[in-house]
Write a protein that binds this ligand. Sequence first.
Ligand code: G3I
Length: 383
Amino acid sequence: MLDRRTVLASGLAAGLAASFSSPVLAAEADGLSKLAERSGRRFGSAVAWGKPGADRGSFANPAYASILERECSLLVPENELKWQWTRPGPTTFDFKQLDAIADYAKSHGFDLRGHTLFWLPEKWYPKWLVAHDFGAKPAEAAEALLTEHVRTVCRRYGTRITSYDVVNEAVQPETGEIRDTVVTKALGHERTLDVMFHAAKAEAPHAQLVYNDYMSWERTGEDETHMRGVLKLLEGFRKRGTPVDALGIQSHIRILKPLTVAELVSEAEGPWRRFLDEVVGMGYKLLITEFDVNDRKAPSDVAKRDRMVADYAKAYLDIMLSYPQLKDVLAWGMVDRYSWLEGFDPRPDKLKKRGTPYDANFKAKPLREAIASAFASASVQAA
Ligand code: G3I
């Protein structure tokens, strides 16, 4: 870490300052992780594997790597720990791509999160798992499959992975209940989650164990059912003594209505704070695990859109950073060009989305400034 920071302090920060046109931004040439550190926090990003030379949001892409190395102290694999990548079959594992990310993280002094030991919706299972025959004793077979997975991953990466999204997206947003899948049907809904967390606790006692989900602060009706479902899940964990340390709030925040930022925030803030208060009231820590902004209903004009995205993000981050229980903030990618948002829910005007801190040409945008200024003004220290 020291080496990278020394390099930062000398040359790269100057490069960053030069890339900003505004003197205010130039004055804030400290990387985002450096700014986050002032309130005891960390800033990081998802990163992809990507063949060397391929145009991807990968550490193997020098332009992308230089942004990661300048801005982040924490990385998370965008896809490479998911079962679709690591579990080609019921008895086989493939860690090539995750190893490459872990090696890069280690050699460049980044901390590493693990996303995810189990992504619950069946849609994201490898094909073989959807069709898996759990035999005459399905609960035992499912438990063995899950615990073997946790054991294999946790033993391979040891203390190199310091925080895991042990379970991702267990709650069905429309109902607030735990999702039905081939695994939850075999093992039981709550039991599936409990097995995952107990196995993770046994195999990675050093690690922070996170339940991660995408309930969001926008007032959509579905998000409110989703929030209630997540609260019920978190209460259940506490009642049963399931070892869960934190709630990962993905934070794919969205501009879904043609309103001003002030109007959007004023309808979202109260219920969102009540939700966060209940979560921390149960003793959970908070993380922002996958931050970006879906600008679907923001204006077409790029300057106006960038401003709105930045202002919306700043309002959200200010609220989140008012919680001392929130220590880590991770973006779900740093550059628009590689963002998953591009392939999801297109804008009505078909223009490219602009929901990450850097544009398609690796130039910092007002969103990067908004994140910097949220960290700079965060008076509450992370606990
Ligand atoms: O790499 C293959 C490529 O070899 C193949 O030719 C191509 C054909 O479809 O697919 C490529 O894989 C794609 C992969 O992204 C890498 O680009 C997958 O199809 C695509 O499904 C995958 O999408 C990812 C998605 O999760 C599903 O795993 C997104 O990158 C990733 O950003 C997204 O991340 C999720 C979080 O895990 C959970 N929270 C929501 C978030 C956004 O959806």
